[in-house]
Design a protein around this ligand. Structure first.
Ligand SMILES: *Cc1c(COP(=O)(O)O)cnc(C)c1O
Length: 430
């Protein structure tokens, strides 16, 4: 990596980064060139993959028109769904602004494909926090549990591998759907690679051929050249204010997969009899298309940020997860900051480096769907967008900050340097 020129150094200083913090950052970056080159290669492949499906489906300006009311014959919406389906190699896709977030998309996929008396299995341990209320692990009005859908979980083994023996035992004639979370989310387990997910699905299907295998794909899209749908997943589910929205989608979620699974979801999202035929796009189509087009390079920038943060903070003696050198399968970087003060200082740094709301101080709050208080830093163009540079962490030991996003690598870099600067300002010795 080439040396920064004097003007850029001065600019960093003018932007609040001390020469010591910048020097350390540059030293760490110098060693990351081979990793970054590999990320660029994956982005290049994925860019072609997205372009191929846009070209195949003859995306044109007419697809950017808004529909209102029922949204019948929204050709832009319907073509976008074909673009998603072709990119992820699935039979069908539902990509809608009416799917409000990732949790909603997952709830939709689960509640539409399960019936009273069925059992849901998580063979990869505890799911993402917000799914606890969806499933009814934590009592909640309207949970799957209230509808008579039971849940069983098999934890990963201590080394992070699958507990095949107990997974086989947990599958009963009632087991209808297995939910597999690709990214670690807020947990401390490893993120699963697409290859690992493929092995797990092969095993599950061997145990029960008609088991529906759903992958929570949040934060994983475009990090590898394959997606879980390339290795046997019946459904992949995610949020458009994460990777596939490319930072431009203002809201939304997707479910891609087998035609019957997606049809179930469409009928639950709107209504039996209406299904996917309704749902006005209200002007979201241009951002959905352009965001998906940008998603491979945006994801690559975010991943570079995650690796830079891991390498920088590991160098300073912090415990980071995944560690700097391990292969990476999502864009989340966890850093144990050990004290609430440092967690707050880190988030303040991310916030003050933001293009929007850089002047505010993030404070912990009791966020809906989460058990502990959470602090969040996000100076985002889209509220809550975590493909944009953002950091968050529950206020519980070991005060782990989960860091992700960055629409551009340079913004991610600046934010990470600023996080360290704020730690230093709060008394941390380099
Ligand atoms: C973000 C996330 C979700 C939930 O998505 P929201 O858009 O925040 O509702 C679910 N699972 C994983 C792994 C996630 O990272």
């Amino acid at each position: 990596m080439k040396q920064l020129d004097e003007r850029t150094r001065q600019m960093y200083e003018d932007c609040g980064i001390s020469p010591q913090v910048l020097a350390l950052g540059e030293e760490v970056l110098a060693e990351l060139s081979p990793r970054f080159a590999r990320i660029d290669e994956i982005a290049e492949y994925n860019q072609l993959k997205v372009l191929a499906s846009m070209r195949k489906n003859r995306v044109s300006e007419t697809h950017f028109a808004a529909t209102t009311g029922y949204g019948y014959n929204d050709d832009g919406r319907d073509t976008l769904e074909k673009v998603y389906a072709d990119t992820f190699h699935t039979e069908d896709a539902l990509v809608r602004s009416q799917i409000t977030c990732g949790t909603h998309a997952l709830n939709l996929a689960l509640s539409s494909n399960l019936r009273p008396g069925d059992e849901l299995l998580s063979p990869v341990g505890r799911p993402y926090d917000t799914l606890e209320e969806v499933i009814g692990i934590r009592e909640s009005m309207g949970s799957l549990k209230e509808y008579g859908i039971s849940y069983r979980q098999v934890d990963l083994l201590p080394d992070g591998s699958f507990d095949y023996e107990n997974i086989a035992k947990a599958i009963t004639p009632r087991t209808k759907l297995a939910t597999i979370q690709r990214s670690k989310g807020y947990a401390s387990r490893p993120t699963l690679s697409v290859e690992q997910i493929g092995e797990l699905i092969a095993f599950l299907k061997k145990c029960k051929p008609d088991l529906i295998c759903m992958v929570d794909n949040c934060y994983g899209e475009f990090v590898q050249t394959k997606e879980p749908s390339d290795v046997g997943a019946d459904m992949i589910v995610g949020s458009l204010i994460k990777n596939p929205g490319g930072g431009l989608a203002p809201a939304g979620g997707y479910i891609c997969g087998r035609r019957t699974c997606v049809e179930q979801a469409a009928r639950r999202l709107t209504s039996p009899g209406l299904g996917r035929e309704v749902g006005a796009s209200l002007g979201t189509n241009p951002a959905f298309y352009q965001g998906f087009f940008l998603a491979p390079t945006v994801t690559a920038g975010a991943e570079k940020g995650a690796i830079f943060a891991a390498s920088l903070y590991e160098r300073l003696g912090f415990s980071v997860h995944p560690s700097a050198a391990t292969p990476r399968y999502d864009i989340i970087q966890a850093i144990n900051l050990d004290t609430p003060e440092r967690l707050k200082a880190f988030c303040l740094g991310i916030q003050s480096a933001a293009p929007v709301d850089s002047y505010v101080t993030p404070e912990p709050w009791a966020m809906p769907g989460y058990d502990d208080e959470v602090i969040m830093a996000a100076g985002a163009f889209v509220q809550g967008s975590s493909i944009e540079l953002s950091a968050d962490g529950p206020l519980r030991p070991p005060y782990t900050v989960f860091f992700q996003g960055g629409i551009t690598w340079y913004h991610a870099k600046y934010g990470i340097l600023m996080s360290l600067q704020k730690l230093v300002d709060a008394g941390f010795k380099l």
